[in-house]
Write a protein that binds this ligand. Structure first.
Ligand code: SF4
Ligand code: SF4
Length: 454
């Protein structure tokens, strides 16, 4: 029985992105029978069994090495259910029964029974609450199995069966209906741009008919960290760029990708792609949001069906190029800094050197944390996990490990380049009395501009 309603309010006052009173609701959508749900899962799992997924499924040698790479497994004290490869077990079972080389025998002798709804409900927690799709397990796996990608595929089946955690479903539905998961409608976006322009006395560009650079924002930035808008404008103006925000395509967050709804994912990406095409943009700059980076930079062309007609850069990459070319000069900061690598931008996205180049240009003394860089431990809030309230206990434990690593550097200042990580640091910092503030790399640059030239 579905209890989803479009009238459930978002909690805009909370530090984290979520809905109010989530505990009263079920995590099932639609009115399908249990049998229909299983069928939908199987059908949609089967759709994703391309040769890549099949190779991964066949390649696992069950060595268990991935377990200790997973921050959720570690934070749970070694719960075997949280071993990365176990999280995709229903997907594996479905593959073996429906598409693997021995599928005929498995089916004929019922050697791999179909999964049940109760099992799928149990796996909902493993696929959504305890995996941020951070990809750390893949770096450890001797067979390089991309569990994060398989978890993403398994979520497609769960979505079609109406088995998405309630809060994640609600913010996704809101994003599709209103254009933004946090209620940052085009009008709200425009109002906030005007507000930030006035407050920071910076010239804003909105809805230009033509511009070389289209700048996107995530709803977390629009609603919780609006200074990001002013910071980006300040930097682009200082560089003399032809740029614009655009109310037709501005929301970089893609909850279609996180919930498992490919159609919504495509719709959200296409809004941006079409806007960039309409204004003749040569470059689209993604904001400080890790999943936005994955959605457009690495999956955007798949959504579009051909190569994107423009370059896509995360803001940290854009800043790194700007300081390297000398187009942006920064004042020196006399501080020790620890940097938290957002996994979708760094490990999964390859932009690990970019923030370090920017920090070097700022002249800081960078104190690398244990397993910093590509092997960084995830903050525990990505992949939609921060929206799910029942995941809070373990999420805070994951962040506890993160805090200990950052504290051990002895650095004076904490910096990151993902607003989703930043809200998780804010929320968890308050809960765990961390006593430190997580700063934005972008805002640090904007606050320390010295001079700029083309
Ligand atoms: S992708 Fe990250 S969170 Fe998910 S199973 Fe692997 S290590 Fe754990
Ligand atoms: S590390 Fe790789 S091969 Fe070993 S159990 Fe995990 S997924 Fe399988």
């Amino acid at each position: 029985m579905s209890d989803t309603t479009t009238e459930i309010a978002l909690d805009l006052e909370a530090k984290r992105l979520s809905v109010r009173k989530p505990e009263e609701r079920y995590d099932v959508q639609g009115t399908m029978s249990d049998e229909q749900r299983v069928q939908k899962v199987m059908e949609n799992f089967a759709k994703d069994f391309g040769h890549v997924a099949a190779t991964y499924m066949e390649a696992c040698i069950h060595c268990g090495a991935c377990a200790h790479a997973c921050p959720f497994y570690e934070a749970s004290g070694g719960d075997p259910r949280l071993t990365p490869i176990w999280k995709i077990e229903p997907f594996k079972q479905a593959y073996k029964r429906e598409a693997g080389p021995l599928a005929f025998f498995y089916k004929a002798f019922n050697l791999k029974p179909k999964v049940t709804v109760d099992e799928l409900k149990e796996w909902q927690e493993l696929l959504y609450d305890t995996c941020t799709m951070c990809g750390r397990c893949t770096l450890i796996c001797p067979m390089s199995i991309d569990i994060a990608a398989l978890v993403g595929m398994a979520r497609h089946g769960m979505f079609h069966a109406g088995l998405v955690p309630h809060e994640l479903y609600m913010v996704t539905e809101k994003a599709e209906r209103e254009g933004s998961p946090l209620g940052a409608t085009p009008q709200v976006f425009e109002d906030r741009i005007e507000w930030m322009g006035d407050e920071h006395e910076v010239e804003m560009h909105v809805d230009e008919d033509q511009a070389d650079v289209l700048v996107l924002m995530s709803s977390i930035e629009i609603q919780k960290y609006p200074e990001s808008m002013a910071a980006t404008a300040k930097i682009l103006n200082a560089m003399g760029k032809s740029w614009t925000f655009h109310t037709e395509g501005y929301e970089a967050t893609n909850f279609g990708m996180l919930s498992g709804n490919l159609e919504w994912q495509r719709d959200m990406s296409m809004k941006i792609i079409q806007t960039a095409e309409n204004i003749g943009a040569k470059l689209v700059i993604l904001p400080e949001c890790g999943h936005a980076y994955q959605a457009l930079r690495w999956q955007g062309a798949n959504m579009y069906g051909k190569p994107l007609p423009f370059q896509v850069q995360h803001i940290s990459e854009f800043l790194a190029d700007a300081v390297e070319s000398g187009a942006l000069k920064l004042k020196k900061l006399d501080k020790t800094v620890a940097f938290h690598d957002p996994c979708q931008i760094s490990r999964r996205g390859g932009a690990t050197p970019a923030p370090r180049k920017v920090l070097e240009a700022l002249g800081v003394d960078l104190k690398e944390s244990e397993s910093g860089g590509d092997m960084n431990i995830c903050c525990g809030g990505g992949g939609g996990v921060i929206t799910i309230h029942r995941a809070d206990t373990l999420r805070y434990k994951v962040m506890g490990a993160k805090f200990r690593q950052l504290d051990a550097t002895g650095a004076e200042m904490m910096v990151t380049s993902c607003s989703n990580c930043r809200q998780n640091f804010d929320d968890s910092g308050e809960k765990l009395n961390w006593g430190k503030e997580m700063n934005s790399l972008l805002e640090l640059v904007a606050d320390n501009l010295e001079e700029a030239k083309q």
